[in-house]
Design a protein around this ligand. Sequence first.
Ligand code: TA6
Length: 279
Amino acid sequence: QLGFAHLDDLPCLRLQFGQATAVIALYGAQVLSYQPRNNQEILWLSPLATWHNQTPIRGGVPICWPWFGAISPILNPEQLALPNHGLVRTQLWQLKSKHCSAEGVSVTLETTIAYQPWFSKTPNTATKITLQLQLTLAQQLQINLRCNDAIVQQAALHSYFKVDDISQTQVQPLPLTYIDTTCAQVVTSKANTATFCTEVDRIYQHSEPMLKIQNSNLSVGIEQIGHDATVIWNPWRERSAKMTDLTEQSYKEFICVETAKLALDTAAPLNLTQHITLL
Ligand code: TA6
């Protein structure tokens, strides 16, 4: 089944397949909820999330495109003030198609954006780029992001997963080496498992195709296809206190496991898939 829903005044689509439900906002094509069975929420959405005044929604599965994070002064010598995580989190997407069958329910959302690459030296040469996000609710939740233009681009599905207690949460298996973004250093760890007792902001290159979040009462599998990196993030207490759309307790309730394509060296069409499964 497929229906329209509103969260406050946010236009959303609601998908249902058996007991499973998913909600996706047209603003940012952002998945906000995935419940594989009644009242078992897998994703985390901030109680202070807002979408007004061009603010990205805090939680769910934000789409980062065509760059991830802040474009650093090295990549962006003009140091233009460009939004963190790209341009489409605050874009209104349109429902392009829908499909319901015995195997699942699927919607495709599309947005077209006039885009001039941040590294372009030629003024006024923006071209129109179309992005598609396909969301399929079946035995698992499948998210697929595609851009058929072969432009230099990064992308990430910046998923926020709900946890009972961040200090009892583990993510694995991860490579031993990662970039620690909190201190801009490459770190080699002895364990292939991430645990959380302080701020964590890590970029893992070449991570396993299937990751697992182990929480005190449930396990979630995250399969990634077409990605070259995984990002793990929890802001912990001090950093979240500076963020207006997180409560004091929020950091205890989520872990971001983000599947990403970060290499800037290829100009191939983008095709990223993330499958989320309750194990
Ligand atoms: O993915 C990790 C990260 O880039 C962090 O460094 C942190 O800034 C986070 O994403 C959230 O970014 P946002 O733009 O949503 O506030």
